[in-house]
Design a protein. Sequence first.
Length: 422
Amino acid sequence: MAFDDLTSDQIQSLLEEQRAAYERLTAAGLKLDLTRGKPSPEQLDLSNALLTLPGEEFTDAAGTDTRNYGGLVGLPELREIFAPILQAPVEQIVVGDNASLSLMHDTLVYSLLHGTVDSPAPWSAEETVKFVCPVPGYDRHFALTESYGVEMIPVDLHDDGPDVAQVRELVKDPAVKGMWLVPTYGNPSGAVVSEAVAAELAALETAAPDFRIFWDNAYAVHHLTEEQTKTADIIGLCAASGNPNRPVVFASTSKITFAGSGVCFFASSPDNVAWYLKHVGKRTIGPDKVNQLRHVRFLKDVDGVHALMARHREILAPKFRQVTATLADRLGAYGVATWTEPKGGYFVSLDVVDGTAARVVELAKGAGVAMTPAGASFPYGKDPHDRNIRIAPSYPSPEELGTAIDVLATCVLIAAAEQALA
């Protein structure tokens, strides 16, 4: 029965029941962690063959000795494998080391220090630099822009992408220089930017001539169903709209092979690629080409990537079904929460009763279940409704995950009942 249909006495009875369950869970001495979307050991094991590669032959297809200096753009074979996934020509892709976040960091910093190819001056010379931030979004994006004093402006994120009407108004301000976006299976909502929304973003009239879309395509091949959702071709759409330098695409194999020792990708217009290489060439003589060769020989081709991701799905999909089934069983009848059922990605986004998310996370911590802080999916960690909680099901075992979601559901009911009775 929904909370709205319960009497105060019935809610009090439910609260006492859930508090008793909470005490039992607390006494169990749990130490469970749902904070980050980390691949499980079983997923990492899928790529253990990388550890035996590249063997005794260290040259790439062009005959380059990968053990030596150079090769700033990365191995051509690896760019060819990921070109269809990034939807970019091979010559417009740069391969880096293990973390796409480092590419995002460098792109932002180079823009602040030097300006982009379209900038009249370095961004840091502006009085204010602002970024549009669809919410809920990725906390590390927000932490990065915040660390460099970039003002963040939240806009609503719908199932088909950001609210374009809101974005259109914001980009009339010349201080708005960029926008964060995870286009496919967004973190944490699972939203997918539609081709129509992407086309609108590509064609927007912006007051800043150097407006950039930081297109973090982190989950392009991370499907949880047989349906393989296709990412909108932002590079092609922007080029067709006369804004070829607007998109900067990032991706990595962090959740494909080894999270700590994968490879990452930067893709954009020819001018942006030349701009990036000019600046990154001052920071490094070249990436880890041996690891890139390792990935070429392990993955072989784009079909090899998809085959590997199908094996990931076999491990991940049951965990996501377990989360949503438990939430439905524990919370569905009470009307105190809603949650996403994503078709891909690494997260379930849970919305609880307004004003209770921080309390839920606090209660969960007290019972031995660590959650991402409430509000983490919003700029400055401030969820104006205090309702959103990100769930990361990937790392725990199924048994641990079942216990953790049971704890979380108990905490949601306690917080909802406490507020209703306050």
